[in-house]
Design a protein around this ligand. Structure first.
Ligand SMILES: Cc1cc2nc3c(=O)[nH]c(=O)nc-3n(C[C@H](O)[C@H](O)[C@H](O)COP(=O)(O)OP(=O)(O)OC[C@H]3O[C@@H](n4cnc5c(N)ncnc54)[C@H](O)[C@@H]3O)c2cc1C
Length: 593
């Protein structure tokens, strides 16, 4: 069985030393009370809950999975109900919600650290409150005062849970094709009819009511994405005072059997004249749903970060313990029959790859969460706009780069175990299976790449990208003359210049032929992901250089050096591939594949 120890010191490093969240939040009246002690308390208590309550259910939940008991009834695996009750009673669902609706009002950078720990402990469990939080975000932004008063306090307290119902059998990526219908009733409500598939947490036994946020089409709606509206459809109809009424016309028709996250109920949902109310304006449903989707995209990145941490922890322990062969340079544990495999260069490469992506990504993701709060709550409008731009630009990167790396790292962790990783006993193969979905849902990583290159970069002639470039330039100017920083700053600056050129080149080519952007997008996102990693590893190294005698910081320097020496060079191949253009991809006739 894998073990999990919350990496509190690592999280404190990012939150307090790298981001200085107490000062950063001090600028925002809404979060001015945030201080180190408060943040550390959340990390300690949250970490304990994750390690003691959620982690022990990860393996058993995977093995048992959810059960479809017929007639729309879905049961979660043994222990999930009790864990949820503990989670709810301890107030964890309320952590980063608005105090007006019963939340504790903790900022996103703290909420995201807790999310990371939950995902390390149990991704399948974490998805239940994760989707609920997405529904909360969406209703907070777009609900009417009545909808907010009715639903938000119950979602925040954990009395009810939420889902997002977008996908249909014939449409996943292209939601413009969705067919679920919504018909206006005399009382102003709507009747929703249609089939949604792959709905996470669509039906289960954890709470008394499930609040579905459903995309559907009004009878007179225009075709495509401009004709989609958003509706709240509760499993049990709700009285004005929040009391539960009769069962609504929505039911789980079946449960998917899948590769991983087996303890999360992935349901086909049948809406059969279910009563709902509209959220936001008619035909503007996709805009409203984007609030939920953007939060969920960062959430999915955190799923992979959490998995990378737990897989890495176990792989390191195994590599220190497992004895095989002697080191190439002669025995290192002469008293033992062989050396621990951590002496072998390639085992170290695998561990350091995980660690470099893990720590660089943690810095990136927590920083992005801080910008999500700045975008909402900073008193200065220009600052809000700057943070909003960074958030928009880098949300597809946090989703796709972290999940691609999460799968890579889970695989490397399994590889460190050799055959003992492939068999089920050690739990590593579960991490690989669980990590795989993160690259697919919430918009596949291809779609994230198209969003980054097409909408976020070329769509505004590079303005958002220049905002991030300005942060890099600031760091390069501040540290460019410090000799000890040269090994980190030079490759960062160099990559920054290459990104500028690459962006211009793809932009020009795409004007002639849109397939050029489509063919370059995935490589392009990978390059931007490395630009972000390079920026954060340079910032981490800057702090570490000030502590020459402390092993914690010396480890940071060693990993930074590994990152720049062994991982960042991947960008050369990606840039070359992106520049190769669409011709070789598009040449073959579809019939000849
Ligand atoms: C376990 C699980 C849980 C899920 N949970 C939810 C949920 O809670 N709610 C919900 O609504 N949905 C959910 N989904 C659905 C998920 O979001 C979709 O599967 C995903 O968006 C992809 O859609 P699709 O499966 O229809 O693939 P398709 O859209 O058919 O795509 C197939 C392939 O074509 C590629 N492709 C499609 N269009 C383009 C394009 N324009 N350019 C380039 N490539 C393209 C895709 O990247 C992909 O590789 C879940 C799915 C799974 C498996």
């Amino acid at each position: 069985m894998p073990t999990y120890t919350p990496p509190i010191r690592e999280m404190q490093f990012v939150l307090h030393e790298l981001l200085d969240v107490s000062s950063a939040y001090g600028e925002m009246p809404r979060h001015a009370e945030i201080n180190r002690e408060l943040v550390d308390q959340v990390l300690e208590q949250g970490g304990r809950f994750c390690a003691e309550v959620l982690a022990p259910l990860n393996r058993t939940g995977d093995e048992e999975g959810c059960t479809f008991a017929g007639d729309g009834v879905v049961r979660t695996p043994a222990g999930f109900q009790a864990a949820w009750a503990q989670f709810r009673d301890a107030g964890w669902p309320t952590l980063s919600c608005d105090p007006e609706y019963g939340g504790q009002g903790m900022p996103s950078a703290v909420g995201i650290a807790f999310q990371e720990m939950m995902n390390s402990a149990n991704q399948a469990f974490t998805m239940y409150p994760g989707l609920t939080h997405g529904a909360y975000d969406c209703l907070l932004a777009h609900g009417t005062p009545e909808q907010k008063a009715l639903y938000l306090p119950r979602l925040v307290s954990g009395q009810w849970m939420g889902t997002m119902c977008l996908t249909e059998p014939h449409c996943g990526t292209d939601l413009g094709m969705l067919r679920t219908r919504a018909e206006l009733q005399a009382d102003g409500s709507y009747r929703i009819t249609g089939t949604k598939i792959f709905i996470s947490a669509g039906e289960h036994d954890l709470v008394e009511n499930i609040v579905h946020l459903v995309l559907a089409r009004l009878p007179d709606a225009p075709g495509g994405t401009k004709g989609i509206s958003l509706f709240i459809v509760p499993k049990f109809r709700v009285g004005a005072d929040g009391s539960l009424g009769e069962r609504n016309g929505v039911k789980a028709a079946r449960l998917e059997h899948k590769m991983g996250i087996n303890a999360n109920a992935t349901c086909e949902m049948q809406f059969d004249g279910a009563v709902g109310t509209m959220v936001g304006e008619p035909n503007k449903g996709l805009n409203a749903m984007f609030v939920m989707m953007n939060a969920a995209r960062i959430g999915v990145g955190m799923q992979s970060l959490g998995l990378t941490e737990v897989a890495y922890q176990n792989a390191v322990a195994y590599a220190r313990d497992r004895l095989q062969s002697r080191a190439l340079t002669g025995p290192k544990a002469a008293d033992k029959p062989a050396d621990p495999i951590i002496v072998h260069p390639d085992v170290r490469r695998m561990l350091l790859t995980q660690r470099a992506y893990l720590e660089g990504s943690r810095a990136f993701a927590y920083w992005l969460a801080l910008h999500a709060d700045r975008a909402e709550h900073h008193p200065d409008e220009a600052e809000r706009k700057a943070s909003h731009d960074l958030l928009a630009l880098l949300t597809p990167v946090v989703k796709a780069f972290l999940t691609d790396n999460g799968f890579l790292c889970a695989n490397l962790a399994m590889q460190v175990y050799g055959g003992h990783g492939y068999i089920r006993d050690n739990g590593m193969e579960q991490f690989v299976r669980d990590a795989r979905i993160n690259m697919i849902y919430e918009g596949t990583n291809t779609i994230q790449s198209l969003d980054l290159l097409g909408r976020k970069v070329l769509g505004d002639a590079g303005a958002k990208l220049r905002r991030f470039g300005a942060l890099i330039n600031e760091l390069v100017e501040a540290e460019g003359t410090r000799e000890a920083m040269a090994e980190f700053i030079n490759p960062l600056a160099d990559l920054g210049q290459k990104v500028e050129k690459l962006t211009m080149e793809i932009g020009m080519k795409a004007l002639q032929n849109p397939d050029e952007a489509g063919a370059a997008a995935v490589d392009y996102l990978r390059v931007i992901g490395h630009l972000v990693m390079s920026y954060f590893w340079a910032r981490i190294a800057r702090i570490a250089l000030d502590h020459p005698d402390d092993p914690f910081y010396q480890t940071k320097l060693a990993v930074a050096r590994f990152y720049f020496a062994r991982l960042q060079p991947e960008t050369a191949a990606c840039i070359r591939s992106a520049r190769a253009g669409a011709a070789s991809v598009m040449a073959l006739d579809a019939a000849l594949f």
